[in-house]
Design a protein around this ligand. Sequence first.
Ligand code: AMP
Ligand code: FE
Ligand code: FE
Ligand code: ZN
Length: 282
Amino acid sequence: MIDLHSHTDQSDGTFTPAELVLEAKRAGLTALAITDHDTFAGYDAAVPCAARAGVNLICGIELSTRYQGTSVHLLGYFPVTPPSDEIRTWLKWVLEMRRERNVRLIAKLQSLGVDITLAEVEKIGRTLTGRPHFAQVLVAKGYATDLQNAFDQYLDESAKGFVHRQEVPMDEAIERILRSGGVPSLAHPVRVAKNNWEKLAGYVEDLAGLGMRAIEVYHSDHSPENVAYYASLAERFRLGMTGGSDFHGANKPLISLGTGKHNNLHVPDALAEKLRLLAPEA
Ligand code: AMP
Ligand code: FE
Ligand code: FE
Ligand code: ZN
């Protein structure tokens, strides 16, 4: 069993990097990719733990990009060489844009009558403070009944508290991942093009033309029909396949590492080895 999509408490998961590695070991994973949003801090911290535990740890990242007027998540994998200094430096700018969004999000929530400060939210976030940390504070202070309710009421793109964040254009994100030795993979395509399958096929063709090398076929939110269709898109556009649970610990309590929601995830072991073959030549 392998899992190529997971988050630590260095982004918006709740497990420390060491706890995540131990959970991978307990679940019997032979390979684990840490794909935190916008940071390698969780992966970096997990490297010695994984070596001790004998877990094959793969470096990854998840970026929020701008594509076709919406926000689309892009995974990047570095199975052969560690990510370049160039992309690490660039991520500092991404984190700055995120902090700038957080300042505006606090102001917006305050204008809606919510008693909340940036310091309170940043105390929960570590390397990075994201909307799930805002959701935790909203629940703790009684503004929402649970994390999902906090998103529905305040934080979701369609909710009253939402503020935009400056996101990297998709073509630039793909290029930056490739240039630093990584494999760009379209994350959870079920959330792209409002799951209009024909439209998605057009997007995937376009993205393949932009240099995208893989598509996340397996994911906790994918039905068997989704999986079959995304696998057919991979074949049609000559892309590799990736897959994982998108484990976030207590921030997404229904999802288990390796097995997804109620055992709905089965990522073929061979994908970890194939990922290496997708990496650009050094
Ligand atoms: P951020 O990167 O700070 O804008 O936060 C994005 C993260 O919030 C995503 O990766 C999800 O984990 C979570 N998220 C976004 N929208 C929702 C939603 N409608 N319901 C639950 N979680 C969400
Ligand atoms: Fe997340
Ligand atoms: Fe995502
Ligand atoms: Zn994710």
